[in-house]
Design a protein around this ligand. Sequence first.
Ligand SMILES: [Zn+2]
Length: 506
Amino acid sequence: MFRTLVFISVFFFVSLASFAQDTTAFRYARRINAADMRPYLAVLASDSLEGRETGRAGQKKAASFIAGVFLKEGLQPCVNGGYFQHTSLSARANKGRSFQVNEKYFVFMRDYFYPPGIVDSLFVVNSIVFAGHGILQNGHNDYNGLDAKNSAVLFLEKDPGNKAPENLSKKIRDAKEKGAAVALIITDSLEQIINDFSYRNLVLPTAEMPYAFITREMAKNFFAAGKVRAFEKKIKKCERTGKPCGIAASTEALLSFVKETERLRGENVLGFLPGTDKKDEVLVLTAHYDHLGTHDSLIYYGADDDGSGTTAVLEMAKIFSEAAKEGFRPRRSILFMPVSGEEKGLLGSKYYVNHPVFPLDATVANLNTDMIGRTDEKHDSLGIREYVYIIGSDKLSTTLHSINETANASFTQLELDYTYNRPEDPNRYYYRSDHYNFAKNNIPVIFYFNGSHADYHKPSDTIDKIQFDLLAKRTQLIFLTAWELANREDRIKVDVKNDMPNRKED
Ligand SMILES: [Zn+2]
């Protein structure tokens, strides 16, 4: 049937037809269901896993739990007889105590960020100066009437008129010249700076003094409770008028800029299902099971991020194993691999591609799932619940793209939203989860995603907000795409030119 149709060369209908014939695939896809998935997530997003921060006890417990599921389902261990690939990677020091203001601790990469190369220093400041836009030129003096000596100087990243900064290096130099101990740059796009710096070779100023980017929210903490409103008013006025509008306050800030990197130990958990006649080719299904951990005694549960994706991988492992036991083993092998270290900079997946257990040139594709248990504001406001964002599917292989579309058209019928797949999209999600480490190695990927929401990277990302029926349906789409990739006659080809920027290597 398949061949006959190939000869009449209507490609789209060929793949549609192959699905339509494959009632077996649909039969197994139907077994993926909300009731089976909930118990997995109930463990992953429980108190006892403490937010699954890489290197901590909660992450180790999560790894054991995942390995236990693989064992129960009969997946093969493939790393020296075990399920764990122990990863040891360097991450920027994130000791949780490196930035403390008025007895509150801030988290590196969540609240603030500074690039490597900043001088190693530990110091205490007792005075804070807010110097508007931090500009000192052409008669504009944001330091007017302020004594910045030995202070932490805060200023806005942007220039007046909400413009991108013309010369951020000069702003930092000026703060130093005014005698500041440290420059703290208030930004509204911390995440973007981190991502651009990490993945797109964004060049940040090199400066002879310590500086850091901090969020607006964090900036408020430099002011005593009674002064926060005054500070907020100042910021607003400053942005509205563009005029100098400094403010000074006394505070207690203990800053420790640690230059050296931290060795982070985590685990990737690998469950292997060997294929039949094409078993040397491997399909990799990933999701990161680590999250942000516990801070200020608040657990960051990460139920959606990425407990939902991890749950999807576990459920697919279960169903593919059942199919294998019942005589429908996939032709290609499938590696189910929940990874850790994602929240620290995609470290687990990076470790895997640098130490692959199966050759990368025999790796046919990576389907990565990061947040698929909820809906975002955009779709809520449109009244569309059954959707998923598809990212990366057409970047390396047109066939991969059409397989996913066909699987959806013939079964799940979700609305596939390609908004974040556009190269000009400012969020650049393509670079922001584990699939990117595979894409960098010319392995076609799809990243499945529900979009961001108000609970993203907050303690409130909890299991009660997960829509399990939707999670199951999205998992069915990934499953069917995986089924086709693993069972089709021809391995999908890389037929799109890879024009991705090289990633800065640490
Ligand atoms: Zn995530």
